[in-house]
Design a protein around this ligand. Structure first.
Ligand code: WTA
Length: 631
């Protein structure tokens, strides 16, 4: 299973392409199965219908917890670093984590949750979040974690789509110097969620909360009522493990579905190999468990490999911009996995914040979530890794379950801004707009995959047709990633960004249509169009062109902008707030009524010299007005 040299990689890759079933069967057999699978892979990309380890039975928590007890029961599984560096942290050994997961699983059972039920988790980054996720998996309940920054409306949409029966939350969350009233947001959400029968509330901030009789219970009190004896539910390899909602180019976010067997194998395999994890090492992934990166590389991947996973509650700039380095020093972190946005923002605070910390424990640095620019790559390499830690620029998606294109630390020769080579089992293909394969090197195109890997999504919750349409219909027979990509002379891959209407703002995926719908909910707005533009820190910023009822005067414009921002925050969450709003009297539309986003993107980028052909526009004059008023 373990790759140690470039030769190993090439051999593994070759086998994974020539005989994928044998390759993945070999990887999977290192895990604990209650019953072996009878067929390693069944698939087609037309329906699509993808099944790995058919007939195999397992429970992922037995692999993440029970399996490690004999050998490393007393080794830390989770190290928790609180938001406030002066608050005492928590270290949970594998034995302690096992105990707490079993207790929480019993709490879920006590509150009516069983196999196949959906549970929404809306929590701060505390150990109880990881425990809640694993407790669901223990009993075969399906978790749907919602990032703690999403609005009540977003939670309600997700709960209703999955028909969740129970919500696990906390009174509040600390994030930097902010306090977020999670329970009160949940209360607002639940007004429109008839499927929810119970809410389990953890105490974190001691913010006063309203506890609804018959519905809401305190986690601490519930935990007193149960024992730590909870045998794991036997799951089929293809039973659903979790749903995670993510944005696409149209409509509301989709519930990406991952299943027990394939996801586990893939998250663990990629964790161990890409980071070249060694027993005893401390792994610090700075993502929130509300995103796929946290699912795969804070919870499931590291725990399946028996690693020590550091879970950080706060933000990189609190109490100051040296916090990450302080944590690395304090906990002797060996693997640091973060996003380019964080690196770019910390670069801005200068080296003083870095240099007073000992970073010599670091062995491997990772990057994820968005393209990393050369400047950030080199700063990370020079000042954090001191030119002695390989950087793994890992490209992947919520839908892929784990990393697909990435260097293997110390094994693959890196190249700044390149995700480099496909991992074993991953068969990328570049295609042009007509779906023709673009062969050879020194080319670019749309990035597709021609063969399944165990971590690929199986469906989108409640709407398989949407899954087919979104990922498998653009180029029949292929999985389409939505990303543009170039393959250089060495065959190295570099992801150039989304080619659809999905923005990547600070590593967060946001659909332009979602933001437009939110803006349009403001009473004074007639229509809007949202595009991305290059942003020094966030990677992409959000630029909104808004047609208002009446063109506001300068003074009113500021007020209206503030109201629009408040509306977007309310409808989606603060992460979707536009950075720039421009009021316009019209939008550049073709005669058939289609907005020409290409033109809007160019203007937002500040590149108005060559707007291309505008003769097909209904009203070409509107372009000059927009150009003149660009912000
Ligand atoms: C982008 C996050 C360039 C890409 C794991 C992808 C990246 C989207 C990289 C998925 C990278 C992720 N280099 N771009 N190393 N990693 N992306 O679902 O556009 O939140 O399609 O998954 O992020 O975002 P998601």
């Amino acid at each position: 299973m373990r790759i140690r040299t470039f030769d190993d990689y090439q051999q593994a890759y070759q086998q994974s392409v020539e005989d994928p079933e044998a390759f993945w069967a070999g990887v999977a057999q290192e895990f604990q199965w209650r019953k072996p699978w009878t067929k390693t892979l069944q698939w087609n990309f037309t329906e699509p219908n993808i099944k790995w380890f058919v007939g195999g039975k397992l429970n992922i928590t037995e692999n993440c917890l029970d399996r490690h007890l004999a050998e490393r029961g007393d080794q830390p599984a989770i190290i928790w670093e609180p938001n406030d560096p002066h608050e005492a942290g928590v270290t949970l050994t594998y034995r302690m984590l096992h105990d707490q997961v079993c207790r929480m699983a019993n709490v879920l059972k006590r509150n009516g949750v069983g196999k196949g039920d959906r549970v929404c988790v809306y929590m701060p980054m505390v150990p109880e979040l990881a425990i809640a996720v694993l407790a669901c998996a223990r009993i075969g309940a399906i978790h749907s974690v919602v990032f703690g920054g999403f609005s009540a409306q977003s939670i309600a949409d997700r709960i209703n789509d999955a028909q969740c029966r129970l919500v696990i939350t906390a009174d509040g969350a600390y994030r930097g110097n902010k306090e977020i009233p999670l329970k009160s947001v949940v209360d607002d959400a639940l007004i429109g969620c008839p499927s929810v029968e119970k809410v389990i509330v953890m105490t974190r901030t001691r913010t006063p909360v309203a506890m609804l009789k018959g519905r809401d219970v305190w986690m601490e009190q519930e935990l007193k009522q149960v024992t730590a004896d909870c045998p794991a539910e036997e799951m089929d390899a293809e039973d659903v493990l979790f749903i995670l909602y993510t944005s696409g180019s149209t409509g509301k976010p989709k519930g990406v579905v991952h299943t027990c067997g394939g996801y586990m194998v893939y998250a663990a395999y990629t964790f161990e190999n890409v980071f070249q994890y060694e027993p005893g090492q401390v792994h610090f992934c700075t993502a929130d468990i509300g995103w796929i990166t946290g699912h795969s590389y804070i919870v499931y991947g590291p725990l399946a490999c028996g690693a020590t996973s550091l879970l950080f509650e706060g933000v990189p700039t609190y109490p100051d911009a040296g916090r990450f380095w302080d944590i690395v020093d304090k906990h002797q972190v060996n693997i640091l996995y973060t996003a380019p946005t964080a690196i770019r923002s910390l670069m801005g605070f200068g080296l003083d914040k870095v240099e007073n910390h000992d970073l010599s424990s670091l062995k491997v640095l990772g990057s994820v979530g968005e393209p990393i620019n050369a400047e950030a790559w080199h700063w990370y390499d020079d000042h954090i890794g001191k030119n002695r830690c390989p950087i793994v620029d890992t490209w992947w998606q919520t839908e892929t379950g784990g990393m697909l294109i990435s260097p293997i630390a110390g094994v693959t020769k890196t190249k700044p801004t390149y995700a480099t080579l496909p991992l074993p089992g991953v068969q990328p293909m570049l295609v042009d707009e007509n779906g023709q394969e673009i062969e050879g090197n020194g080319v670019s195109g749309n990035l597709c995959m021609k063969f399944p890997w165990p971590g690929i999504l199986r469906t989108t919750w409640g709407d398989h047709e949407r899954c087919r349409q979104t990922y498998f219909s653009t180029y029949p027979g292929l999985y389409f990633t939505g990303d543009g990509c170039l393959r250089d002379e060495d065959g190295y891959y570099r992801i150039t960004g989304r080619v659809d209407d999905v923005l990547n703002v600070s590593g967060h995926r946001i659909g332009t249509a979602e933001v437009e719908n939110a803006i349009n909910m403001h009473t004074g707005v007639v229509e809007s169009a949202v595009v991305g533009y290059p942003h020094d820190i966030k990677g992409q910023g959000i630029y909104a062109y808004v047609i208002a009822d009446a063109m506001p005067s300068d003074h009113d414009a500021d007020l209206t902008k503030r109201d629009i921002l408040a509306t977007v925050s309310r409808v989606i969450g603060p992460i979707a707030k536009p950075d720039k709003i421009q009021f316009v009297s019209g939008l550049p539309k073709t005669r058939s009524g289609k907005i020409m986003r290409r033109i809007l993107r160019k203007i937002a980028e500040g590149d108005t010299s060559n707007l291309g052909d505008t003769t097909t526009l209904l009203d070409p004059a509107v372009v000059d007005e927009i150009k003149a008023g660009a912000v």
